[in-house]
Design a protein around this ligand. Structure first.
Ligand SMILES: Cc1cc2nc3c(=O)[nH]c(=O)nc-3n(C[C@H](O)[C@H](O)[C@H](O)COP(=O)(O)O)c2cc1C
Length: 173
């Protein structure tokens, strides 16, 4: 799958086939993260691969914005060490993970984890207190969907500008 096609067809996935994800694919997803750019090449990230069914079920219980994690065959927690821009660096890495997963037939969803849920997930996965838990990404093979379903995008003309803010970019459609 070429890069643009992968970006253009990717959709957030919240339900998964139960089939396990082979280790070779997990390794490829982790390589995609590892080769992401980071501020001053600090590579401040850690990735916790979770396959244990009981742990995954517990993650689904804790993460109320992503209870579907509990039905995924795989979850990968993205954790950042001390760095200037943890959210930006993590975003670069996890988008690469998502796209490589998509190209292999997998889906995922960024799950927001806030407040007390952060503490609970950190305790469950043994994440040191000083580290920042960004998200837990569930991964699993996608259930086929009608093409064109999913969230829409704003029109190009609403988000692009030619030369100066507020001026129309004439080739935008
Ligand atoms: C920073 C961020 C946080 C998100 N948090 C959640 C979440 O907690 N639960 C959820 O179901 N989806 C979450 N999403 C998924 C978005 O709802 C989804 O990406 C958006 O609706 C666009 O849909 P698409 O990814 O299919 O293009 C999050 C996405 C991002 C980028």
């Amino acid at each position: 799958m070429d890069v643009f096609n992968c970006i253009r067809t990717r959709r957030t996935v919240r339900d998964f086939k139960p089939d396990p994800v082979p280790n070779a694919i997990i390794h490829k997803i982790l390589q995609a993260a590892r080769w992401a750019p980071s501020s001053s090449n600090t590579q401040p990230w850690h990735f916790i691969v979770v396959k244990d069914r009981d742990t995954i079920a517990e993650l689904g219980r804790i993460c109320t914005q992503g209870t579907f994690i509990g039905q995924a065959p795989l979850a990968i927690a993205v954790v950042m060490g001390e760095t200037r821009r943890p959210q930006l660096d993590a975003g670069r890495a996890l988008q690469q993970m998502e796209l490589v997963g998509w190209s292999e037939g997998l889906g995922t969803c960024f799950v927001g984890i806030r407040g007390e849920q952060q503490t609970e997930v950190k305790t469950l996965l043994g994440i040191p207190e000083e580290m920042e838990l960004i998200t837990v990404l569930p991964f699993g093979y996608r259930i086929p969907r009608e093409p064109g379903t999913g969230t829409p995008r704003k029109p190009m003309s609403e988000i692009t500008h030619g030369e100066k803010f507020g001026q129309a970019l004439t080739f935008a459609e």
